[in-house]
Design a protein around this ligand. Sequence first.
Ligand code: AMP
Length: 282
Amino acid sequence: MIIAETAAEVRSRVAEWKKEGLTVGLVPTMGYLHEGHASLITRAAGMCDRVVASVFVNPTQFGPGEDLETYPRDFERDCAVLEVHGCDLVFHPDVSELYPEGAATFVEILSDMPKQLCGKTRPIHFRGVCTVVCKLFNIVTPDRAFFGQKDAQQLAVIRRMVRDLCFDIEIVGCPIVRESDGLALSSRNVYLSPEERRAALVLSRAVDLGKRFYAEGETDAGRVVRAMSELISREPLAKIDYVSAVDGETMMPVEELTPGVLVAMAVYIGTTRLIDNFTVGE
Ligand code: AMP
């Protein structure tokens, strides 16, 4: 596996592959990899001839007071995980490589979509995500890029950006990978104390409850969201940021659960903010 720190090296490797007629998949990550990330690499390796992963903690998607400085990092271990799952090149740039002195150009979706759900408490988050993903797309020029359903709003935002900016890149959404007890894997789970780790199970329990309501014929979004919220509220260590049912593409609120609707939540467990979701009918 090649480790590249500069855009120039990535470009020249990708150019060689493309000359040979090989397809290239990209998996953007912030590192501290787990089985969720590994599933994206495996999927990319199954669908593309060569796989590029990026490991970059992107400063522009963190707001003031968020965990940019403390975000967990272990690049050596990340490389081991990437290699065994079939990654060919890891792009691990310095901040100055992607944001040279004076960088002042951002990519931002100006509809209400990035202001919903996580955008309410993280107003600059998706601007940062779009900007860094756009840079990675320009450097790697992949045929396909792989993103997890765990970050469902991010996936919807990226799909919109690709459409609006005419990128010739197929976006592949991949299912949420969970621990055996249901907790969605996240690099931020490392912040949880043993007691918080137990409390964090309310998120996946709320997902299960919402799915069960729908399976039993309940299609009133308000009733399902209320039942999920009540379940979460009973956990003393949990504080709800939001539980919402939204259109799976626009992220705008809906009143009825129909196939494709996204039911998503963000919940603080202690000081750690966790997200989880399900898509109706999946
Ligand atoms: P991150 O390193 O948290 O920015 O995540 C990088 C990619 O991995 C994103 O596309 C995430 O949606 C995806 N991802 C993170 N956690 C999971 C998970 N538990 N299951 C599936 N994909 C995930």
